[in-house]
Each structure stands twice: as structure tokens, then as C-alpha cells.
Design a protein around this ligand. Structure first.
Ligand SMILES: Cc1ncc(CO)c(N)n1
Length: 226
């Protein structure tokens, strides 16, 4: 109990996990693919591969978020509004992918998901089940969003050498508004984790790690390594 109080004041449970799993988290957020964007050395065929695969991923992300929204309706005030905002951004994101694909001459209808993407979508699907606890699902959701936020904001820092034609992509996930949104998700997840029983905590930590692992594989796939 004393420990939990302390976590409420200082960092929450997620901060503890970020610290405990920092090496895995850094692999996901400072991946060579992202660093190559930041340094301006990115291979455009890698970028295009990422773009096409991520479009497919984001489409699969919608039913997962819908399931999370259903669960949030029974939760405390405010969660629903935050997640509804997330749903609105996904709507915008799907249009953005189509526009961006056109710009890069990518024919989205011909793209098939590669194995890491399929595995990631399978995780999303498993977390979509009504049996999955809200705390576990919101933790995974936060992790998925936070990895992109942290990764792409790295490409916007001063001193980075991100190519002009990739700035729009980096802004999409690296902008301050998206950063705020990730903070809200983290607060919601932390609040739920604080009151969660041991087995839920264990499953949430597992989901967090699973997300990190799949994010790394997703970036690897972009580089053509699978
Ligand atoms: C693979 C992946 N992870 C996270 C996000 C963030 O929405 C995304 N679009 N794609």
C-alpha cells in the first residue's frame, strides 16, 4: 500500500516498467530505421515499405480501438472522450495514408501484410476480445501510441537531419498534440494499474513487452529484415 501511494505521487507503474524494460523500450523507440530518418540517410524503399505496411496495420487498429471504446464506456469519466479523440485521429490518419501513398506512387490495394505485421495484427485481435481486461488493453494501447510518438519526435528535434519530404510523417506522430494525447493515455493506464489485482498487472506488463517486441519487428520489416 505504501508503495502504491508513492507511485501515485512520483512515477506510476508504467514509469517503473519503462525503467525496468528500458533496453527493450529503447530498441523500439530508437530503431535504426528511425535513426536513418533522423540522420537523413533513410533508404526510400524502406520508407515506402513501412508506409504500405503501416496503412494495413492502422486499418486493423480501428476494431481494436472500437473494442477499447466499448470497455471505456463503463469506466470513469473522461476516458471515453480521450479514446473518441483517438478514433477521430485514426479517421484522419487513414485518409492521410491514402494521400501519402499516392504521393509516393504506392498502390495500397496491392500490398499484402508481411509476417511481422500479421503477428502484430494477431496481437491486436487477441486484445479485442471482451474477455480482455480494460487495464490490460489500455496499457497495450498506450504502448503502441507512445512508441510512435517517442520515435517520430526524435526526428523533429533540433539538430536532426530529417528529409523535407518525410517531415509530414514525423509531424503526424511527433507533434506536441499527439504527445499530450499519449500523456493522457498514460495517466488513464496508470490509474487503472494502481487498482489492479496481481494477475491483471502481470498480463498488462506482458502485453506491454509484447508490443515493444512487435514494434521492433515492424521496424525491422521496414528495413527489409525479417
Ligand atoms: C506499427 C505501428 N505502431 C504504432 C502506431 C501508432 O498509431 C502505428 N501507426 N503503427
Amino acid at each position: 500500500m505504501a508503495i502504491k501511494k508513492e507511485e501515485e505521487v512520483g512515477g506510476g507503474i508504467l514509469e517503473t516498467w519503462l525503467d525496468k524494460h528500458s533496453s527493450m523500450y529503447n530498441k523500439a523507440t530508437k530503431h535504426p530505421f528511425i535513426l536513418s530518418i533522423r540522420d537523413g540517410t533513410v533508404d526510400l524503399s524502406s520508407f515506402k515499405r513501412w508506409l504500405g505496411q503501416d496503412y494495413l496495420f492502422v486499418r486493423e487498429f480501428v476494431p481494436f480501438l472500437a473494442s477499447l471504446l466499448l470497455k471505456a464506456c463503463k469506466e470513469s469519466d473522461g476516458d471515453m472522450e480521450i479514446l473518441l479523440g483517438g478514433m477521430a485521429s485514426l479517421n484522419d490518419e487513414i485518409s492521410w495514408f491514402k494521400k501519402e501513398a499516392f504521393k509516393w506512387n504506392i498502390l495500397l490495394s496491392t500490398i499484402a501484410p508481411q509476417n511481422p505485421n500479421k503477428d502484430y495484427c494477431r496481437l491486436l485481435e487477441s486484445l479485442t476480445s471482451p474477455e480482455v481486461n480494460y487495464t490490460v488493453a489500455i496499457t497495450a494501447f498506450w504502448a503502441i501510441e507512445a512508441v510512435y510518438q517517442e520515435s517520430f519526435s526524435l526526428c523533429l528535434r533540433s539538430g536532426s537531419n530529417t528529409p523535407a519530404e518525410l517531415m509530414d510523417t514525423c509531424q503526424r506522430w511527433g507533434n506536441d498534440g499527439f504527445g499530450q494525447y499519449c500523456c493522457s493515455l498514460r495517466t488513464i493506464a496508470n490509474r487503472n494499474l494502481l487498482n489492479a489485482p496481481e494477475d491483471v498487472l502481470r498480463m498488462a506488463e506482458e502485453a506491454f513487452l509484447h508490443v515493444l517486441e512487435l514494434e521492433v519487428r515492424f521496424w525491422n520489416m521496414s528495413l527489409g529484415e525479417m
